[in-house]
Design a protein around this ligand. Sequence first.
Ligand SMILES: *Cc1c(COP(=O)(O)O)cnc(C)c1O
Length: 426
Amino acid sequence: MSVLEKMSSAEAIALEDKYGAHNYHPLPVVLNRGEGVYVWDVEGKKYYDFLSAYSAVNQGHCHPKIVGAMVEQAQTLTLTSRAFYNDKLGVYEKYVTEYFGFDKVLPMNTGAEAVETALKICRKWAYEKKGINENEAQIIVCDGNFHGRTTTIISFSNDENARKNFGPYTAGFISIPYDDIDALEKAVNSSKNIAGFLVEPIQGEAGVYTPSEDFIKKAKAICEANNVLFIADEVQTGIARTGSLLAVCGNCSCENKCEKQATYTQPDILILGKALSGGAYPVSAVLANDAIMNVIKPGQHGSTFGGNPVAAAVAMAALDVVSDENLAQNARKLGNIFREEIGNYIKTSTIATLVRGKGLLNAIVINDTEESETAWNICMRLAEKGLLAKPTHGNIIRFAPPLVMTEAQLKDCIAIIIGTLKEFEK
Ligand SMILES: *Cc1c(COP(=O)(O)O)cnc(C)c1O
């Protein structure tokens, strides 16, 4: 059949199965349209999207302002490479650094590339500024981390599935338990070669593990006292997802318009991706102040597509939407409702044991083993009822809708979720 003809879900799945590498295990739903909090499958069935492409689509599907900026720039100039200047990159660099409060940005495309960039900057800083002997720098990471899929990044993962048979691994990383300040203090003091601490303010992929209230603040203080760079991977948690502009903003919901309230922890290096483009285009970024970023000189790092004019235009529109539509405040308000209502249900539930998260990054823990099919089956049933969510780590289901959701829509979704969970009560 012609690729222009409409195909059934079964046909589309068969094509991916036959011609695509099997590196994902999707729910059997074939989508072909999205708008705001909704997506539609090829048969025309409408769903609430409760994954938002792993928090890339915070601004909602096909946001007209973002798509408009993308189309306009795509019709004008798409790529020059960094061999030449273009008239969009500098404008974006000024915009994004002021938006997040850093001196400089290094633009990349995907989250993993931005994490790699941060690691390289950290190592170079360690040798050239901190005075660590060449090739001896160590970076501390956390058990259960997810920072992407490159060879170096999976080298310090402790997810066997992500790691096994991809060795030999990159050296220079020390892993400590997440949310363990004593372990961090010990690791930082274990050697004079500690260059940085790379951490997710909430561990999304691991199952939305939310650390104790003061973990981030204390961690930064330990880093600062020991001249160790505090590197925040906010690829998933950033850009309003957790009810503030960044998860490191703590309980400040001003969208960075305040004078850095008491709850804000400034990372030495901030890593962004995913919602930086509202899901329209691969755009990632590493932000830092001059004392750190200036260790990178021409030719030492880069990317053909990084900072291209389309990415620049899209990212500015995507961040405008976050401020204009008060997405952080909305995520905070709706997140509180979600956890309260699901929490009330869980008190008497035998199938769900826990709801946790912050803003609209939440997870429900299902009362079964990690190896069980229960969470998958619940997600299949949720899809039948018009709501798309996906298990992470077997028995945990992540719930992360676009942040443009209304309270009425959220209430509708909570009813679907609780109704579905009730069908699985033992
Ligand atoms: C998704 C994610 C990444 C990797 O981003 P990609 O664009 O998939 O490479 C890195 N860190 C965190 C915390 C993420 O959630």
